[in-house]
Design a protein around this ligand. Structure first.
Ligand code: 5GP
Length: 133
């Protein structure tokens, strides 16, 4: 993705999960790994693997705005709009997908399958703990 961006950028990695939901005005994110730069006045693009309910991004966008980012946009590989409960509409979407749990191409199920070279719907037998995929 960043090879396609022709202006100067800085890239940082964040790891977050959501505590609450978008109906909580104080929606909080649990930050497992934070960015190391001051975001004041910066234009930020959050690059996310998949947007599901949107709760995590709703809370993260609020947090980054509160830190002084002048603009926060959202880019995702996959979007499941039918699952949305938070007021989130990604600005850049590669693929819209139906309400299925998908794995591969970086996406995991219990930390497995990230290394698959395609995106697929996980079989229920794999979810149930069977060794077959
Ligand atoms: P949200 O806050 O939008 O409900 O959750 C977004 C996060 O849930 C994603 O970043 C991802 O970690 C996880 N997630 C949601 N749907 C899927 C899915 O179909 N497959 C995988 N592997 N993770 C998902």
């Amino acid at each position: 993705l960043i090879r396609e961006i022709s202006i100067d950028i800085e890239m940082e990695l964040m790891s977050v999960s959501s505590y609450g939901n978008s109906t909580q005005s104080s929606g909080r994110v649990k930050i497992e790994k934070d960015v190391g730069i001051d975001l004041t006045g910066r234009n930020v693009i959050i690059v996310e693997d998949i947007v599901d309910t949107g709760n995590t991004l709703f809370n993260l966008r609020k947090l980054l705005s509160a830190r002084g980012a002048s603009d926060v946009k959202i880019c995702c590989l996959l979007d499941k709009p039918s699952r949305r409960t938070a007021d989130i509409k990604p600005d850049y979407v590669c693929f819209e997908i139906p309400d299925e749990f998908v794995i591969g191409y970086g996406l995991d199920y219990a930390e497995k399958y990230r290394n698959l070279d395609c995106v697929g719907v996980i079989k229920s037998s794999a979810v149930m703990g069977s060794s077959s995929k």
